[in-house]
Design a protein around this ligand. Structure first.
Ligand code: MRU
Length: 371
């Protein structure tokens, strides 16, 4: 997608030196657009854990390139042990994200094809690039399938703008390109269908405020920022036509794990008969767990809740303390939306009901090792 009119992916190998992987440091947005370079596995782990990069698809792509950087560092004797250890470190950096483990497993699987360290490094690079390309392609496909749903709502509204509510950032910045929840929105814009997006601010990290609103602005999509508690009111007032969110992990039975607060939006949508869609590439499915409540939920630092950072009137980025000294906070990063509250899953192969049979029918190869 675009920043100041130029096309960017969210991660790419430096064209001058492919031992360096470029990312956009998302902690600095929307005030500063800073490209950071990763050259070691440790830097890749830190970038994921400290949220320089974030979002399901981008975490997966960064893990793929992180494994490539690890392969560059791995000693010829003990190469495999080094790589398994690197995969473990990456896997532990964000425990809820399914794409992370999926990408690590995919690179390890590719490495097993050769015993030669040089060839293994080439395979790691090729696999990381394939993961990134595939992520962008799958998001574009999600856009095409989601467009059909928006078209239908637009037809029913006689062409009046379709009001879409989204939570967190499942946009271009959360993937390699296009985004999952935003891909249908961009496809609708390209098809000339008027849309307007309600952007949940998404406390405590404020992905909606800092990332989604900025991203939609860059793409000239009309949008309005709302605080997290506003969605239910808008739904009661008939101001929301549909909800589309992303997901960090979805069980093969259709339970969706996504940014904290998603569950409450799904309950409100259900109560108001508003369709609630989840957009995801198949790399986000967990083919082993049956119940969403069994997914490990990441807990982050208390100060993400007790403090706030932003730019002051003089243009200085500052951190403010909101809570009284000694205030304890609990910072669960994700929650589980049960399948029964979800209208449909929009995947790269089409839209399906969030049910085990439908999911396995669409992905019959599910759970088998990637090549
Ligand atoms: O903690 P984050 O920002 O990495 O959370 C991930 C997300 O962006 C959201 O949960 C998103 O809705 C799903 S990931 C596309």
């Amino acid at each position: 997608m675009h920043f100041n009119g130029s096309h960017y992916r969210t991660i790419w190998p430096d064209p001058q030196n492919n031992r360096q992987i470029c990312i956009i440091d998302q902690r600095k947005l929307p005030h500063d657009f800073v490209v950071e370079t990763l050259t070691t596995i440790e830097e890749a782990v830190t970038a994921i854990r400290e949220m320089h990069v974030r979002g399901a698809g981008l975490i997966g792509a960064t893990a793929g390139f992180g494994m490539y950087l690890a392969a560059l560092e791995a000693p010829s004797a003990g190469f495999s042990d080094f790589m398994v250890d690197a995969g473990k470190k990456l896997g532990e950096s964000r425990p809820t994200a399914r794409n992370l483990l999926w990408a690590v497993e995919r690179v390890l699987h590719a490495l097993a094809k050769s015993a030669d360290p040089l060839e293994k490094r080439r395979l790691a690079f090729a696999t990381a690039c394939a993961i990134a390309d595939e992520d962008a392609f799958f998001c574009r496909r999600i856009g095409e399938h989601g467009l059909e749903i928006i078209k239908e709502i637009s037809r029913r509204k006689n062409g009046a703008p379709v009001n879409i509510l989204t939570h967190c950032n499942a946009g271009w910045l959360a993937f390699v390109d296009y985004g999952s929840a935003t891909a249908p929105i961009y496809a609708a814009r390209d098809a000339g269908i008027p849309v307007h997006v309600w952007v949940d601010e998404t406390r405590p990290w404020n992905q909606g405020t800092k990332l989604t609103a900025w991203e939609l602005q860059q793409e000239n999509i009309p949008n309005t920022l709302i605080c997290d508690n506003t969605g239910g009111h808008l739904m009661q007032q008939g101001m929301v036509d549909m909800v589309i969110v992303g997901t960090d992990r979805t069980t093969h039975t259709g339970d969706v794990v996504n940014k904290i607060g998603t569950y409450l939006k799904a309950l409100a949508a259900h109560d108001n008969n508003i369709p609630f869609y989840v957009a995801l590439p198949s790399s986000t499915f967990d083919w082993d767990l049956d119940k969403g409540v069994d997914v490990p939920i990441e807990q982050r630092a208390e100060d993400e809740i007790t403090t706030l950072s932003g730019k002051d009137e003089n243009g200085e980025v500052r951190r403010l303390i909101l809570a009284a000294q000694g205030t304890r906070a609990m910072n669960y990063s994700f929650d589980v939306t049960p399948a029964r509250l979800i209208t449909g899953l929009i995947t790269e192969r089409g839209m399906i009901r969030p049910e085990r049979e439908a999911i396995h029918r669409l992905f019959p190869e599910a759970g088998k090792a990637n090549t």
